[in-house]
Design a protein around this ligand. Sequence first.
Ligand SMILES: [Zn+2]
Length: 476
Amino acid sequence: MPVFLHDTMSREVRPLLLKPGRSTFGMYCCGPTVYGPAHIGNFRTFLLQDVLRRTLEVDGLTVKHVRNLTDVDDKTIRGAMAAKMTLTAFTRGWTDKFHADCAALGLLVPQVEPSAVAHIPQQVAMIKSLVDRGHAYVAKDGSVYFKVCSCADYGKLSRLDRTQSRTQATNSAGEANDADEYDRESAADFALWKSHKPEDGDNHWPSPWGEGRPGWHIECSAMSLQHLGATFDLHGGGVDLCFPHHENEIAQTECATGVKGFAAHWFHSAHLLVDGDKMSKSKGNLYTLDDLVAKGFTPMEVRYALISGHYRTSLNFTLHGVENARSALGKLERWTDRLLEVAGFTRAEFAAPAVQETQTAWGRFAPAWAILQEDLNIPGCLGQVFTVVGEQVEVTPAQARQDVVGLAKILHALGLTLFVVKAAVAIPPAVADLGARRWAAKQAKDFATADQLRKELTALGWAMLDRKDGYDLKPA
Ligand SMILES: [Zn+2]
């Protein structure tokens, strides 16, 4: 039986199947903006996409997972300028941090992780195609805008009321769009290319319309076209991206290529609340993975807490919820140890992929797998797992081995690892490099350089503690 999932476009729960003649399932997910540490709301979305990919893989599909890096936009440019760093050095530091958090949370590495800066020519080519086909126009200052009224079915994903006047008044940072975008013909039109402005510093690239930088939405259209083609199987993101970002992606790609049916399936995950409230820095309820690790939780406990709600319902994250995740994992570990003993398996054999791949058995975990396949019902799946864990039924070694295989596959699909030994915090390569360079500058008595490098470390969220004969790097 295939995996079923709700599709935002059709508003229906539909099976995820390979298209005839294709051998891989193409999945594009909007990735992080690398200007600071990702928070748990970002990670909930990435974790749910990870569980979907793992579930499809356990089901036997070969998935090509593409997740981009937004490394040029208002926030990254502002952050780099404030830190007096190049955009490349600034975003590389935060990309390393993102990768370290992903690894700690057990996220599989996407097959392709394209960066917006590395795809400027592809974005320019797509904008040019939109201008040539009459879907975009060049303003007096050299900025290029998408002409929304040229796209007859614009708004089909979020089913916008076309009589309603909708504007794209906010940028990717959720802030008011530049006041000087007065050249737009219509308030609904959005920027594909932004002409160079002094506040962008050195961050500009050549184009047929002059120096500038891409608008935010075009990068996902250009990169999905490059790595998955004009049409692909599934597009994912947080529900907040549905409008305008995903509407704009559809319009850009379908108008530039002339091919309808950009993504066959749309996977949106609901918001994350913290203590019943919207997460924000000013309310003090914005958590990063480091914040929770500092409170004594393991990344695996955080993962469990973040995936335990249904993806179509808002998850109310609380510290109590992570404590519950800890006790659930502890209970599961104790039960699994007893099961392994009856089955004659070691913990290492349980963790080995061979246990999951070579056998088709599900044992008593067949209902847990069936419910996971129904619209990625993770809470339902975990409920079924704990129904089995609560059973006091004596099983034979042969039955226990079936249960071991079934449980190993369920845990692999959920990305939950049992019996994890706590690891030390990994220092990202860009941070290690800054630390080494600062230490060398200090030894050479070049205090100005040492000072600047310390500021760069601070901008990446790290502190350097000097000792007489060396130094330590710690998350600030
Ligand atoms: Zn995107």
